[in-house]
Design a protein around this ligand. Structure first.
Ligand code: ADP
Ligand code: MG
Length: 324
């Protein structure tokens, strides 16, 4: 690559995303100066995508730019927060070319613009391809959705159709041959996930707890249950799966992927029985795209039962980087 580090930052990242009045100083100095709103908690999250671990090395550059921001936005959605600012640490191999950077920056910028996020700084180094975003945002003081607020008896909901991204990754890696339309849909769900920002924010005041599903629904709802000091029981038949995924892998495997696949970036949340009527009325499930999948229990652990009461077993409940 012929660009210097400085020229690269200037060209691709100085004006990425939107301009915000609350950025007093953005890209260019040693650090950014940000004007944090009064009466809010500052919300911060960071996530890294490593080539070959979080995406196939040959993934479209636009998808990598989109995903590294999307996974962070999703963490803020899970907190019920509004995103504002992002920092981007990029490690680029020397063979990365300008068309690749153009595409990467375009993928990042398109999603940043659609969620009013300003890129206010970062770091650029050379080495194996890796992208990290730190996202900053806010939430009205003490109103953030936590993992720890669920109680036995609360109902459990999930947005969208989990499992699609795991199907899409399999298509992307040539491990799954699906009919063309299904394959296109599933790939898109892996490459360009949709963080559920509006839903997350709207759940403030309704949800007792919330988590975004990044490592597999069963494992992630288990984390929520653990943080809340209770357990959870999901209903196998209630797990929502897309037609495309069922077409590609069949009903049984689709439900298994929905429960144990990763990279969905849907929201899983709990609502106390007292709030469910209000939730359904004010955030109609058909319009907001979520469904009931189970309930919290007093006994610890996460289990899946069929309508007949049989316990389903899965070889694992989600992705773990350190599992041997
Ligand atoms: P320093 O050496 O002081 O850390 P850098 O040369 O790394 O400064 O960065 C110069 C400016 O460019 C800083 O404001 C930094 O935040 C910004 N920057 C560097 N890399 C990126 C990037 N990938 N995206 C956005 N801003 C970046
Ligand atoms: Mg630096």
């Amino acid at each position: 690559m012929s660009l210097s580090e400085f020229a690269l930052i200037d060209r691709y990242f100085r004006n990425c995303g939107i301009k915000r009045a609350d950025v007093r100083l953005g890209v260019g100095d040693d650090a950014a100066l940000l004007d944090s709103p009064a009466g809010c908690d500052l919300v911060a999250a960071i996530d890294t995508l490593v080539s070959g671990i979080h995406f196939p090395p040959a993934s479209p550059a636009a998808s990598i730019g989109h995903r590294v921001l999307a996974v962070n936005l999703s963490d803020l959605a899970a907190m019920g927060a509004t995103p504002a600012w992002a920092l981007l640490a990029l490690t680029l191999p020397t063979n990365i070319d300008e068309p690749w950077l153009d595409e990467f920056a375009a993928g990042f910028a398109a999603l940043a613009r659609s969620h009013d996020v300003a890129l206010v700084g970062g770091d650029t180094t050379s080495g194996p391809l890796c992208a990290t975003v730190q996202i900053l945002g806010h939430v009205p003081r003490s109103q953030a959705l936590l993992r720890s607020g669920a109680r036995p008896g609360d109902l459990v909901f999930v947005s969208g159709t989990p499992g699609d991204a795991a199907g899409g990754l399999a298509v992307e890696q040539g491990r799954l041959n699906a009919p063309t339309d299904a394959a296109t849909y599933l790939r898109k769900r892996f490459l360009y996930p949709t963080p559920r920002m509006a839903l997350g924010k709207s759940l403030r005041g309704y949800a007792s707890a919330c988590i975004d599903v990044s490592d597999g629904l069963l494992g992630d709802v288990g984390k929520l249950a653990h943080a809340s000091g209770c357990g959870v029981e999901l209903t196998y038949e209630a797990i929502p799966v897309s037609e495309a995924l069922v077409e590609a892998v069949g009903d049984e495997r689709a439900r298994e992927l929905a429960l144990t696949g990763g990279d969905d970036y849907e929201l899983c949340f709990t609502v106390s029985p007292a709030n469910v009527g209000k939730l359904r009325q004010e955030l109609p499930p058909e319009r907001w795209g979520y469904g009931l999948i189970g309930a919290m229990r007093g006994a610890p652990g996460a289990m899946v039962k069929t309508d007949q009461g049989n316990v389903m077993e899965f070889s694992h409940s989600g992705y773990d980087h350190f599992r041997k």
